[in-house]
Design a protein around this ligand. Structure first.
Ligand SMILES: Cc1cc2nc3c(=O)[nH]c(=O)nc-3n(C[C@H](O)[C@H](O)[C@H](O)COP(=O)(O)OP(=O)(O)OC[C@H]3O[C@@H](n4cnc5c(N)ncnc54)[C@H](O)[C@@H]3O)c2cc1C
Length: 553
């Protein structure tokens, strides 16, 4: 106690707990998708990511953001970004957990395991996952150049993290980024102006010289990038290493780092290529198709990442409300606050379910149903989960009252979540682009029938489980006809997302969660803000299930 007052009624921070053990919805979803799988590694990761030591790294990596050094003190260009040691500690943990290229070297189930781990990691620190996610996405695309893949694939799959800017041959593990967006166009990459001129044939195939720029080029300290440039045969995909095989630096200059709303631990840069050497991946003119292949994987990570952030925000809100008293009661016991928390819990579980279902589709690409479903799930999940993220973060922040809004030297995790949330919605295809991609998937030439059939088969798995769910699903064919034009594409994406989430909650949430979702999201009683669940919903069950530490209530 000091002279003026005693500090009371302030909650203990949520620290040193097993993030996986505390995430019942994720555990139930994994038991459904990977029955009988060993849970010990997930608990070990959950313990590590929930530890005070790792939380300390997350804070430090954000309050000491990356710094660009364009030149050394003698005036030579070096184009290096310096990071705080905590950034490297986080990267080592993410790569060590195999969140980048590793699943491509493993067997069935690896992508679902990785998806769960990625969501858990997001709860610790999302921005360092940018290069991790890009490395995951580029690994399969490299197969279009067998010689490059033979050299780089094993290092992308290795769990060793080595941040040095040296030749790949001297590194046990590597990371990669992606460069598409230019000043004049991001969504519409066909507007790219970077030029690629053929230089020579090499053991890695045709080598080109690239001249031009990229307006967004995240994680520029990665070992290599897949970039788009205009070759004689049209827009093409190229592999551009930072350090050339002979050990010299490639002609890539980092102009400056972006001053971003959030995502502070990650460096996002603007770059120029001054005749940089790059090797073609796939045929000339196939650049858009190549990049789209990567895009579908980074879009998966946007959905997973946002679901992870929602779970973190919910955990923080519950942790606060389980300890904070107002008007003579715990906040967790106040009837209206229960409605808010229960509504957030439903949303978080539905996001986790949808994101993980997409990961399962990625995992089983040799199954035609899963391949067709993935085509439609990707834009639906990325659109819906990411769109819900920012509103979710605001509501969870409000549960903490004023404390939620305070940064306090980077301790304010809720503020960090709030700043991060809009990013997944914008990058790798903003909301409209996703909704338009859904229309393409449903119309898509010969595959359209397959995609709609796969969707219908998936939705029929909950047939008869709830009248609201049945009528929502029954409305779908008509909705597709009515809404399959551009101005209505978001409405269609929303309808599909809600229907899919209902079916998934029926499959692996509790009956009470499924019932609440059907009534609150499909039954015509939807509110426009969180905390508007209709009467008769079992708030206590929803809250208990969501508590990050059992027995907290
Ligand atoms: C932090 C951060 C990191 C990034 N890192 C990278 C990176 O490493 N590599 C990289 O290549 N890019 C990166 N990006 C860029 C990002 O992918 C693009 O900003 C995004 O794809 C949108 O492109 P744009 O900014 O050119 O916007 P635009 O393409 O101009 O789009 C603006 C808006 O118009 C909408 N729109 C576009 N076309 C249509 C249409 N036909 N109908 C209706 N609406 C439409 C979009 O949905 C969007 O809302 C990053 C962005 C951020 C914020």
């Amino acid at each position: 106690m000091n002279m003026t007052h005693e500090v009371t009624n302030q909650p203990r921070p949520l620290v040193d707990h097993d993030l996986y053990a505390g995430n019942r919805p994720l555990r139930d979803a994994l038991a459904f998708h990977l029955p009988g799988a060993d849970e010990a590694p997930r608990h070990a990761l959950g313990q590590l990511l929930g530890s005070a030591a790792m939380q300390g790294h997350a804070r430090l990596a954000n309050v000491h953001p990356p710094r660009l050094r364009t030149h050394d003190r003698f005036g030579h260009r070096i184009d290096e970004v310096e990071f705080h040691p905590s950034y490297h500690a986080l990267m080592a943990a993410a790569v060590g957990a195999g969140l980048h290229g590793t699943p491509w070297a493993r067997g069935p189930g690896a992508h679902v395991e990785r998806a769960a781990a990625f969501m858990l990691f997001t709860e610790l620190e999302p921005s360092i996952l940018c290069p991790v996610s890009m490395s995951y996405a580029v690994t399969p695309a490299l197969r279009a150049n067998a010689a490059l893949a033979a050299d780089w694939f094993p290092k992308l799959a290795s769990t060793a993290y080595d941040p040095r800017l040296v030749s790949f041959a001297d590194k046990p593990g590597v990371t990669m980024g992606m460069g598409m967006t230019e000043k004049q166009g991001g969504s519409d990459v066909r507007a790219n102006t970077t030029r690629a001129e053929f230089a020579e044939a090499t053991p890695w195939g045709d080598c080109y010289r690239l001249t031009g720029h990229k307006w967004f080029f995240s994680a520029p300290m990665c070992d290599a990038f897949l970039v788009l440039a205009q070759a004689a045969g049209g827009l093409s995909c190229f592999f551009l290493p930072r350090v050339l095989p002979d050990g010299s630096r490639n002609a890539l200059q980092i102009q400056r780092l972006k001053d971003k709303l959030g995502n502070h631990a990650n460096a996002s840069s603007e770059v120029e290529f001054h005749g940089a050497l790059a090797w073609r991946v796939g045929d000339e003119g196939r650049g858009v198709a190549q990049i789209l292949e990567m895009g579908t994987l980074t879009r998966l990570d946007c959905a997973l990442g946002t679901a992870g952030l929602m779970r973190q925000a919910l955990s923080l809100a519950l942790n606060h409300c389980a300890q904070r008293h107002a008007f003579g009661k715990l906040l967790l016991a106040q009837p209206l606050m229960k409605n808010v928390l229960a509504d957030l819990a439903i949303e978080s579980e539905a996001a986790t379910a949808l994101a993980l279902r997409l990961a399962r589709a990625v995992d089983r690409q040799d199954d035609p149903h899963e391949a067709a479903l993935r085509r439609v799930l990707t834009p639906v999940a990325k659109f819906w989960i990411c769109k819900r993220g920012a509103a979710f973060a605001q509501e969870a922040m409000e549960c903490l009252g004023g404390n939620g809004y305070v940064e306090e030297h980077g301790e304010g995790t809720m503020a960090r979540i709030y700043r991060e949330m809009p990013l997944n919605s914008i990058w790798e295809g903003a909301g409209n682009i996703m909704a338009l991609d859904l229309l393409r998937a449903l119309r898509g030439g010969g595959r359209a029938g397959t995609v709609v059939d796969a969707l219908r088969a998936e939705l029929d798995t909950a047939r008869g489980a709830h009248p609201a769910c049945d009528s929502f699903v029954d409305a779908l064919p008509q909705r597709i006809d009515e809404l399959a034009d551009e101005p209505s594409a978001r409405r269609l994406a929303q309808h599909l997302a809600l229907a899919l989430q209902a079916v998934l909650l029926h499959a692996h949430a509790t009956p009470a969660v499924f019932e609440a979702f059907c009534r609150a999201r499909l039954g015509g009683a939807e509110g426009l803000v969180f905390g508007t669940l209709p009467a008769g919903i079992d708030f206590d069950h929803l809250i208990d299930r969501a508590l990050p530490v059992q027995g907290q209530a």
